[in-house]
Design a protein around this ligand. Structure first.
Ligand SMILES: Cc1ncc(COP(=O)(O)O)c(C=O)c1O
Length: 390
């Protein structure tokens, strides 16, 4: 009997999905386990997609995406990050952020290579590393006071002659941690010193709260790196424009990886849907106002949940600067999956277990606060009651 390939068998099941599968069989669950806002895609983006269909955007496009969209993305980087990119060679439109991770990791790892991943982290980059017959080495961020920080000593200790890649996510899912400029410089210097590819997942770039000015993005690693550095950025329209179901994102990479990812995409997805690429152009052109109101709402939600959690017994919550998650640590918790399951079954509150996010995640739970205030109020009340009952 032929069997499933060992590289596929090694890819672990998502423990967020495992929890969600239980929740989906139940009624009236307060769903805070997935990483998406419950705001539907704005009307102007939907209209742009419908218009594109009418205009005949139903044919194949270039593998790297529509030249107009790549140009718009280059303009966006100049506007938002003060970074100049060549839209013909350094930007590739992908069918989502996760597809950007998939194709770039495929471009830089050989079977048996090692990749260092800063955790706790959304499990998909480690899973993609496994899928390429390579090995993820998870290095947890350190909690200093109420902020996380990169543990450079452990990073040094983790590098071996087989290490080829360093992956980090900023703003982070699940921590809300945002790499400081100093950390970005050190990560870049570290990657140069050990000849590593540096892959930054920046899909939450626009959900950033450290700046007093609304809508200012978290600083991209592209500001620090030169275009000849071995740096890759994975990006997405999902979170910024409430477009999770549309499956569209992009990558920025050194020209050789940009070219290779473009070519490989011919054999994977060819390119994202033509009319969705047109809608993405409209999102970039018209999205700023809605985005700013979403940030205001998310910041209020974050502050509300932070305050509620900090009043609960045995709970400590680091302060997040970006994304839409809180990652409270619960005193004495050693099995976050069992905790989340019991919480779900007894109170109908659905959270993601910290264990799903790799090394450093056990003992915590992830709360996605991109929900209506009433849902968050009920969820916090029930969680408080659950914890108080012990
Ligand atoms: C850190 C991170 N990267 C990438 C993605 C992928 O987003 P998408 O594939 O919807 O573009 C997500 C989605 O949750 C995420 O949390």
């Amino acid at each position: 009997m032929p069997s499933v390939a060992s590289s596929a068998l090694r890819v672990p099941q998502s423990r967020i999905r495992e929890l969600a599968d239980i929740a989906m069989k139940m009624d009236d669950v307060l769903k805070l386990y997935f990483g998406e806002s419950n705001i539907p895609t704005p009307e102007y983006i939907k209209r742009a997609a419908a218009k594109a269909l009418e205009e005949g955007y139903t044919f194949y496009t270039e593998n790297a995406g529509l030249p107009g969209l790549r140009q718009d993305l280059a303009d966006y980087y100049r506007r938002m990050q003060d970074v100049d990119l060549d839209p013909r060679s350094e930007i590739v439109v992908t069918a989502s952020g996760v597809q950007a991770l998939n194709v770039t990791i495929r471009c830089v790892l050989n079977p048996g290579d090692e990749a260092v991943v800063l955790t706790p982290a959304w499990p998909n980059s480690a899973a993609n590393i496994w899928m390429d017959n390579a090995i993820p080495m998870e290095i947890p961020l350190l909690l200093r006071g109420d902020h996380y920080a990169v543990d450079f000593d452990s990073l040094e200790a983790a590098v071996t002659p087989r290490t080829r890649l360093l992956v980090y996510t900023s703003p982070s899912n699940p921590l809300g941690w945002v790499a400081t400029e100093d950390e970005q410089e050190k990560l870049l210097e570290f990657s140069r010193r050990y000849n590593l590819w540096l892959l930054a997942d920046e899909v939450y770039e626009r959900l950033y709260y450290r700046s007093t000015e609304l809508g200012v993005p978290a600083p991209s690693i592209l500001r620090k790196a030169s275009r000849d550095d071995a740096v890759i950025v994975a990006q997405s329209f999902s979170k910024t424009y409430c477009m999770t179901g549309w499956r569209i994102g992009w990558l920025v990479a050194r020209r050789d990886v940009g070219q290779k990812a473009t070519q490989l995409n011919e054999f994977i997805i060819s390119h994202p849907a033509s009319f969705i690429q047109r809608a993405a152009q409209t999102a970039l052109a018209q999205g700023e106002e809605e985005l700013r109101s979403m940030i205001v709402r998310l910041r209020e939600n974050r502050d509300f949940c932070l305050a509620a959690l900090r009043r609960m017994p045995g709970v400590t919550v680091p302060s997040p600067d970006g994304a839409f998650y809180l990652f409270p640590k619960i005193e004495g918790l050693t099995d976050s999956f069992a905790f989340c399951r019991k919480l779900l079954e007894e109170t109908h509150v659905g959270l993601a277990p910290g264990v799903a996010f790799g090394a450093g995640g056990e003992g915590s739970v992830r709360i996605c606060y991109a929900a209506e205030q009433e849902i968050l109020e009920q969820a916090m009340e029930r969680l408080d009651g659950f914890l108080s009952r012990g």
